[in-house]
Design a protein around this ligand. Structure first.
Ligand code: GDP
Ligand code: MN
Length: 383
C-alpha cells in the first residue's frame, strides 16, 4: 500500500525527522486559508501515488495566499500519470542549498533492509543509477541489530563534507530506519533531503510504501488507505479477496496461485504479448470468485482476450468452469476467452466448457500462444 506524501510525513515527524509543517486542502479556498496561516512563501503539492510530480506541474511555489489558491485550482483535478489529484499539501517554501537522496528499502537478494543514499538528490534516483551509479552509496542493515550508530554516521559522511551536516544526517538516518521498521514499510524514501542556507538538514518530500502483509497488525496505518487514489480495479479485487495488479498490456490473465500467475505472465511475454494484469484467484473453490475476477478484468477496455490458466489441486476445476458460465450470464463479455484447466475434476470441467461451446486447451504453451495471437489480431502492433 502506498501512502501519500502528507501521510508519510506524519510518520516521519513521529520518528523525529525534521519535516516542515503543512496541511491538506481539497479546495482552492482551503489552500488559500492554509497559505495565509503559514504566511510567506508556500509550496502547493499534488497528493498522488507517484513521483515526478514536480516535472508534471504538480508542485508549485506561491508567494501569496491568492497565488496558492490559483495553483491549487490548477493542480486539483489535474491528471498525473493517469491519477487524478484530489488533495494538495500546502507547506512552507524552504530555502534550498543542496538536494540529496536517502532511502531504506527491502533488498530482496539479501532479504534484509538496505540504505541507499546519494548527494545527487531531487532527481529520479533511477536516472542517477543509470548515469552515475558510483554516486549512490548502498549499505546493508542486519535486522537483528538495526542501523548501528557508526553505520548511520557513514551514511552522513557519504552525503556531506561538513561535520555539522553529517551529524544531522546520521541522526535522520537512524530515525528513518525506526520509521521504516515501525510502519512495516517496504520503502521509506526522502527525495530531496535538503540543506538550508542556515545549515539545517530537512526532509521536504516523503514516500512510504507499506507491505500489505503488515497491515493487519498496524490498524492505525491501515487507516491511511485512500481507495479514491487507487486504481478502482485493485480496490474491487481486494474486497473480493483476489490478488490483482493492473498492468499495461492487453492479455487479461486469470490464474490460480501466485507462482503459476507469474509463470503465465512470463509465457505471455515469451510469445510476444503483454499481460493486462496479474490476477491470482487463490486456492479455494468458489465460482463467485471467478465471476468477480471476470468483472474486474473486463472492466479494463485495453483487454482484448481473457486467458484462464487453472491448475486444480484444492481448486476444483469444475467450480472454475461453472464460474465462467455464471459470469457469462451476468456480464456481457465481448472479447474471446481461452481456457486451460487441468487437475481436480478436469473431465467434468471440460464437459461443462465444451457444452457451452468453449475449446479447452491442455497445455500452457498452446493456450498462451492462442491468447497472444488473438490479442495481436485484435490490436495489431503499431495500430
Ligand atoms: P516530486 O517531483 O514528486 O518528487 O516532488 P518533490 O516534493 O520532490 O518536489 C520536486 C522539486 O520541487 C524538489 O526537488 C525541489 O526542487 C522543489 N521543491 C519542493 N519543495 C520546495 C520548497 O519548499 N522550496 C523550493 N525552493 N523548492 C521546492
Ligand atoms: Mn521528490
Amino acid at each position: 500500500m502506498d501512502l501519500h506524501e502528507y501521510q508519510a510525513k506524519e510518520i516521519f515527524r513521529g520518528a523525529g525527522i525534521p519535516v516542515p509543517p503543512g496541511k491538506v486542502a481539497t479546495t482552492p479556498e482551503q489552500a488559500e486559508e492554509i497559505a495565509r496561516e503559514i504566511g510567506g512563501l508556500v509550496v502547493v503539492k499534488a497528493q498522488v501515488h507517484t513521483g515526478g510530480r514536480g516535472k508534471a506541474g504538480g508542485v508549485k511555489l506561491a508567494k501569496t495566499p491568492e497565488e496558492a489558491r490559483d495553483h491549487a485550482s490548477n493542480i486539483l483535478g489535474m491528471d498525473i500519470k493517469g491519477l487524478t489529484v484530489e488533495k494538495v499539501l500546502v507547506t512552507p517554501g524552504e530555502d534550498i542549498d543542496t538536494e540529496a537522496y536517502a532511502a531504506v528499502l527491502v533488498n530482496r537478494e539479501t532479504q534484509a533492509p538496505m540504505f541507499m543514499v546519494s548527494a545527487e538528490g531531487g532527481v529520479d534516483i533511477e536516472q542517477v543509477a543509470d548515469e552515475n551509479p558510483d554516486a549512490i552509496r548502498k549499505l546493508d542493515v542486519d535486522p537483528r541489530y538495526g542501523l548501528l550508530p557508526h553505520q548511520a554516521y557513514q551514511l552522513g559522511v557519504a552525503l556531506y563534507d561538513d561535520p555539522k551536516l553529517q551529524r544531522q544526517a546520521a541522526k535522520i538516518m537512524s530515525q528513518l530506519y525506526t520509521a521504516f521498521v515501525n510502519a512495516g514499510a517496504s520503502l521509506a524514501e526522502i527525495n530531496p533531503l535538503i540543506t538550508t542556507p542556515s545549515g539545517e538538514v530537512k526532509a521536504i518530500d516523503a514516500k512510504v510504501s507499506i507491505d500489505d502483509n503488515e497491515l493487519f497488525r498496524r490498524p492505525e496505518i491501515a487507516e491511511y488507505r485512500d481507495t479514491s487514489s487507487e486504481p478502482e480495479a485493485e480496490t474491487a479485487a481486494r474486497e473480493a479477496g483476489l490478488t490483482f495488479i493492473k498492468l499495461d498490456g492487453n492479455v487479461g490473465c486469470c490464474v490460480n496461485g501466485a507462482g503459476l500467475a507469474m509463470a503465465t505472465m512470463d509465457l505471455v511475454k515469451f510469445y510476444g504479448g503483454e499481460p493486462a494484469n496479474f490476477l491470482d484467484i487463490g486456492g479455494s473453490s468458489n465460482p463467485e470468485k471467478v465471476v468477480n475476477a471476470l468483472k474486474i478484468i473486463t472492466a479494463d477496455p485495453a483487454v482484448k482476450v481473457i486467458l484462464f490458466n487453472i491448475f486444480g489441486g484444492i481448486t476444483r476445476t469444475d467450480d472454475v468452469a461453472n464460474g465462467i458460465i455464471e459470469a457469462l450470464d451476468q456480464i456481457e463479455i465481448d472479447v474471446p476467452i481461452v481456457i486451460r484447466l487441468t487437475g481436480t475434476n478436469e473431465e467434468i470441467a471440460l464437459k461443462i466448457l465444451s457444452d457451452a461451446g468453449f475449446e479447452a486447451y491442455s497445455t500452457m504453451d498452446e493456450v498462451v500462444k492462442k491468447a497472444v495471437d488473438l490479442a495481436t489480431a485484435a490490436a495489431p502492433a503499431g495500430a
